[in-house]
Ligand binder design. Structure first.
Ligand code: ADP
Ligand code: ZN
Length: 761
């Protein structure tokens, strides 16, 4: 691996004595951008390797501090170069390839290397939980391997020596006992007698037992599926890097393509990683994969530290060959990776929301490129970034699964105009007459319905009946949501809860507060009123704090003990229930109105996704989307399930406005508890950046500052700046220069940087 250019060894001029010897370059675990060099003492030379952590004397006081070793190479150095103190890991935590990937992430996402590398390894591996001490033995005296002498009194001792004959490496205790058919006591005695040397090392405890795959389904793959599998297998077989978009509506057979593509890679003795947006919401998919393969490792948040490290090391030893997981699974230490798959590649949850703020899809593409393997991205509504890349770049290609396997058409989507619905009736109704009558039909026919609402809580807002001012969070300045169960107003960003005041907070007004908008609870009440006989369940993060509760509700829905399932968008994903005949979106406007240039794209995705839940087994699935804005193109295109047309339309807008995918953004969020200081810092940052870009004639521009849509979060005022460049390379170059030359101070506290943000809230 080539070290980054700024990794100069430290040379002190006052000391004349220069020698050449191994020098370790390290990235400190503390968030420091620079690399440092330390000399390698002879005693540690055999153990120091890239990808292990070292303890090094750091700072003016030369205190021991942890660091990741990124390379070791002979170099001239002077005697004042401080030596490494200690090696902290017995085994390498990161392979050369993952180290290289880490360097790219660190650079592209502007995160110090040590912190990036740390984030790539599970905490439990870093703490070595789940590891055990293994004793190994080798013969001490070279004579001992010759025919039995006086010291080898017993035949058992002779057996031990025979078993070890000719070996350079120590043999593990277990193995040696088995081969020589002796107990551990014999070995211990032989060590005491000076016949054997004992060496200990730390190694992961054995991997859990293999799962037995279940039965294969009996159907024949269709022609488009076969073609897709053929293509991916060929690329994998030829060790060719390509990003393949597998574009097909839900139910078009993408998962089968994943399964068979993985199989072809396993048959060649290699490993595969399948990434999903969230394990708990994709249990269907995960169960299906687990039932079709041996040796699957599912990395999910429910794993204990020990389980996690066992899984990690089983993958590293090639015992687990299919890895399924969320974001961090892209760092799985597969020694011989053959394929990476991302399901639902457009999902925002693939973006890590903490530094390093990497996008799993882009890291996957980078890893695939470094490994020379294909990466398969699956989606019914691809991100515009991916769609655009397919049009533009030779290393992207599109494969289309044109129809639902069942042969059934996509369900009809209707828009219900809530302006009309309100006009026709007295009082506030959350369900339009059309929605109500279709629900009634569905229930009468003994079928099931899913209703989707984007917000939780009883009523979205509490507003003053007189001045119309809503109650806002004192910390974040966003509208608070009223929760009936606790009778409190809750901020969904910082979780602040307050007792609802009786009167409007504005002293000069003092009007009474009324509930406005709608939440799942209120819709549930209306449903109970209108359909007293229906069995209704609510699935949102208020009723469901644990994954098991969610799974329990889904199970009873699957068993048809529930007629109407009401929930937030968590229910839009991955559900596959044949008897769902009706899906309703209660209010599409909540997602259209978010202040983000991706609002239309998100809305299209949401509606398409829920529509995919309807009528998966029988014809005649129906979808109603309630909105006050029926003319919105995103909704119009969603009605006809026409992703390519939506993409064309939306691309036009993005191009005109200069938004991604036509440009790349880095978002800087400047924050401070004092509004004046935050505003000033934001202003200064913007000016400094503009001056820097102009002076260097760098091809990028700065937008802002402006108050962030969430202008106050966790008691800090927030301002936004965007750096915009024509493409990823230019953006990386600019961000890199800004960091290296310390043009502005990027710090977790005051100025955070988010490269390729997926949300501008
Ligand atoms: P997607 O992942 O695109 O939603 P799936 O792979 O889950 O699609 O396929 C939808 C359903 O059709 C699943 O129940 C699957 O078992 C079944 N299926 C997939 N391919 C075929 C096929 N060629 N013939 C019959 N059924 C299939
Ligand atoms: Zn708040």
């Amino acid at each position: 691996m080539t070290p980054p250019p700024d990794a100069q060894p430290r040379l002190w001029t006052e000391s004349p004595e220069v020698r050449v010897g191994p020098v370790a370059r390290v990235a400190m675990l503390a968030a420091i951008d620079k690399l440092y060099s330390f000399s390698v003492p002879d005693t540690l030379a055999a153990q120091i390797m890239p990808g292990k952590r070292l303890s090094v004397p750091f700072g003016r006081k030369a205190r021991p501090a942890p660091a990741f070793c990124v390379s070791v190479a002979p170099e001239p150095w002077t005697s004042t170069l401080k030596p490494v103190i200690e090696v902290l890991d017995d085994e390498r935590l990161l392979s050369d390839q993952l180290l290289e990937l880490g360097q790219w992430i660190s650079r592209y996402y502007a995160c110090p290397l040590g912190r990036t590398l740390s984030a790539m390894v599970p905490a439990s591996i870093r703490d070595q939980s789940g590891f055990r001490t293994v004793r190994g033995y080798r013969p001490l005296d070279s004579d001992a391997s010759s025919p039995p002498g006086t010291t080898l009194r017993s035949t058992r001792r002779q057996a031990v020596i025979r078993a070890l004959a000719g070996r350079e490496q120590p043999m593990d205790e277990e193995v040696l006992c088995a081969r020589a058919n002796v107990t551990r006591g014999i070995l211990t005695a032989m060590v005491k007698a000076g016949l054997l040397a004992i060496e200990t090392r730390r190694e992961p405890a054995p991997a859990p037992d293999f799962d037995q795959p279940g039965a294969e389904p009996e159907f024949q793959l269709n022609t488009p599926q076969k073609a897709a599998i053929q293509r991916v297998s060929t690329l994998a077989g030829q060790r060719q890097f390509k990003t393949v978009l597998l574009y097909g509506v839900s139910g078009s057979g993408k998962t089968e393509v994943y399964i068979h593509s993985i199989r072809s890679v396993l048959a060649a003795g290699r490993q595969a990683i399948l990434l999903v947006p969230e394990i708990a919401l994709t249990t269907h998919l995960v169960d299906r994969l687990v039932s079709r393969f041996r040796d699957v490792a599912v990395i999910h948040s429910g794993l204990t530290g020990v389980q996690r490290s066992l899984t990690w090391s089983a993958i590293a030893r090639g015992l687990k060959r299919v890895v399924i997981g969320t974001r961090s699974a892209i760092f799985a230490p597969c020694p011989d990776l053959g394929l990476i798959i991302l399901d639902e590649e457009q999902e925002g949850s693939y973006k890590n929301q903490q530094s390093p703020r990497f996008h799993t899809r882009d890291v996957a593409i980078k890893r695939a490129q470094m490994t020379s393997i294909p990466v398969l991205l699956g989606s019914a509504t691809p991100s515009l970034e991916t769609w655009y890349n397919c049009d533009r770049f030779a290393h992207f290609e599109r494969i289309f699964l044109p129809a639902r396997i069942s042969g059934l058409p996509m369900p009809a989507v209707e828009l219900a105009d809530m302006r009309l619905a309100q006009r026709e009736r007295k009082g506030v109704h959350l369900l339009s007459p059309r929605m109500q009558s279709l629900l009634a039909e569905t229930l009468d026919a003994g079928q099931q319905a899913v209703l989707l609402l984007n917000r939780r809580g009883y009523a979205n807002y509490l507003v003053c009946a007189r001045c119309r001012h809503p109650i806002v969070c004192p910390q974040c300045r966003v509208n608070m949501v009223f929760h009936q169960t606790t009778e409190k107003a809750v901020c969904h960003y910082c979780n602040t809860r307050i007792v609802v005041p009786r009167r409007c907070g504005d002293a000069s007004c003092g009007g009474t507060l009324v509930r406005f908008g709608m939440g799942t609870q209120r819709v549930e009440e209306e449903l109970h009123r209108k359909f007293p006989a229906a069995r209704i369940a609510r699935a949102d993060s208020d009723t469901m704090t644990r994954v098991e509760e969610y799974e329990r509700v889904l199970k009873s829905f699957a068993e048809h003990q529930i007629d109407i399932l009401l929930g937030t968008q968590m229910i839009a994903k991955g559900l596959d229930f044949p008897s769902v005949a009706f899906v309703g979106v209660v209010n599409a406007d909540t997602s259209l109105a978010i202040p983000d240039f991706r609002a239309a794209e998100r809305t299209f995705q949401l509606v398409t996704q829920v529509a995919g839940r309807a009528g998966r087994a029988e014809a005649g699935g129906r979808v109603i989307v309630q909105t006050f804005m029926t003319g919105t193109p995103a909704l119009q295109f969603a009605m006809t399930h026409d992703y390519p047309a939506f993409a064309r339309h939306e691309m036009g807008i993005r191009q005109t406005l200069g938004w991604p995918p036509f440009t790349r953004l880095a978002r800087l969020v400047v924050s401070d508890p004092s509004q004046a200081r935050a505003a000033q810092l934001a202003q200064e940052t913007a000016e400094t950046l503009r001056r820097f870009l102009a002076d260097r004639q760098m091809p990028a521009e700065v937008l802002g500052p402006q108050s962030a849509p969430l202008s106050r979060l966790k008691n800090r005022y927030r301002y936004d700046l965007l750096i915009r460049a024509a493409n990823a390379n230019r953006l990386m170059e600019v961000v890199d220069r800004i960091r290296k030359q310390k043009v502005i101070k990027i710090s977790a506290r005051h100025v955070l940087i988010d490269v390729d943000p997926v949300s501008l809230l």
